[in-house]
Write a protein that binds this ligand. Structure first.
Ligand code: NAP
Length: 248
C-alpha cells in the first residue's frame, strides 16, 4: 500500500470566516496556502503562507492545484464571491480534488424587522423608489455603479480603502472602516448621517450583522439582496466541521 500523504490545502479567503479557518489550520500544523483576490491594499496578515491574485479562471485554478500538489480545497470566500466559488467547483471536479465550502447561514428577519428581499442589485435600486432618500449603501466598492441610475438619493458608503478614483455616484460620501463592526458604532453611524434606509447583501455571519441590529433598534427599513447562485457543493457551517472533513 502506498503511504497516505498528509493533506495540502488551498484556502480561498477574504472573509472573517477564512481568517478563523486559517488559525485552526495553522494551530493543527496543516500544510496550507491562503489565497486572497487582491482587492484590498493591506490585506489582514494570516498565520499561513499567502498568495495574492486571481488564478486565471477554471483552467488557471486547475493548473495551480496541480502545480502546488493541493489535495483539498476549502472555499471560505464571501457568499457573494460567486464567480470564484463556481470556478472552484469546476476546477476541483476536473482535478478530482475534494472541496468543501465554509459558508455562513443567511440572516433571518426578526418579527419586528422591516426587510425587503430583492434578488439582485437592480432589484435593490428599484426598491429604493423615485423619491430621494438618504441611503446607507453597505455593499462594498465593486458594484456601486449599479446605483448610478438613481442619482436622486444621497449615499453613505463604507469602504475598506479610501477611493483612489472618483466614485461612480455623484451624491455620495464614504467612511473608511474595516469590520467586524459593533451595534453601538453602527447605530451612531446611521443616526449621525440621518440614514433613512439601508441596502445590504445577505452575507450572513457576525462581522457585518451589526448594521441590521442597529436598523432594528432604530426601526429603519432594510433592502436585503439575496445571495447569487452557486453550484451545489458540500457545505460546512463551522471551522470544526471543516477540520473533521479534512481528517476524515
Ligand atoms: P468573484 O466575483 O467571485 O471573483 C472574481 C475573480 O476574482 C475570480 O474569478 C478570481 O479570479 C478572483 N478571486 C476571487 N476571490 C479570490 C481568492 N480568494 N483568491 C484568488 N482569486 C480570487 O469575487 P469578488 O466578489 O470580487 O470577491 C473578491 C474577494 O473579496 C473574495 O476573496 C471574497 O471572499 C472577498 N469579499 C467579497 C465580498 C463581496 O461582497 N463580493 C465581500 C467581502 C469580501 P480568477 O478567475 O482569475 O481566478
Amino acid at each position: 500500500m502506498p503511504p497516505v500523504l498528509p493533506p495540502r490545502v488551498l484556502l480561498l479567503g477574504g472573509t472573517t470566516e477564512a481568517a478563523r479557518m486559517a488559525r485552526a489550520l495553522a494551530e493543527d500544523g496543516v500544510d496550507a496556502v491562503y489565497s486572497y483576490a487582491g482587492r484590498t491594499e493591506n490585506p489582514v496578515a494570516q498565520p499561513l503562507p499567502v498568495r495574492i491574485g486571481g488564478f486565471g479562471g477554471v483552467e488557471g485554478l486547475a493548473a495551480y492545484l496541480k502545480a502546488e500538489g493541493i489535495t483539498h480545497l476549502i472555499d471560505a470566500t464571501h457568499p457573494f464571491a460567486a464567480q470564484m466559488s463556481r470556478n472552484a467547483v469546476e476546477a476541483c471536479a476536473a482535478s478530482g480534488i475534494p472541496l468543501i465550502a465554509l459558508e455562513r447561514e443567511p440572516w433571518q428577519a426578526a418579527e419586528c424587522d422591516r426587510w425587503t428581499h430583492v434578488p439582485d442589485l437592480s432589484g435593490a435600486v428599484a426598491a429604493l423608489g423615485e423619491a430621494p432618500r438618504r441611503v446607507f449603501l453597505a455593499i462594498g466598492r465593486q458594484t456601486l455603479d449599479a446605483f448610478a441610475v438613481a442619482p436622486q438619493h444621497h449615499y453613505l458608503l463604507r469602504l475598506v480603502d479610501p477611493p483612489t478614483e472618483p466614485l461612480p455616484l455623484s451624491r455620495a460620501e464614504a467612511v473608511i472602516a474595516r469590520g467586524p463592526f459593533t451595534v453601538e458604532g453602527d447605530r451612531k453611524l446611521l443616526t449621525d448621517h440621518r440614514i433613512e434606509v439601508i441596502v445590504a447583501k445577505n452575507a450572513g455571519g457576525a462581522g457585518a450583522e451589526a448594521k441590521l441590529v442597529a436598523a432594528r433598534e432604530l426601526a429603519l427599513p432594510v433592502i436585503l439582496i439575496d445571495r447569487p447562485w452557486v453550484p451545489e457543493r458540500p457545505v460546512a457551517r463551522s471551522v470544526q466541521a471543516v477540520m473533521a472533513w479534512l481528517s476524515g
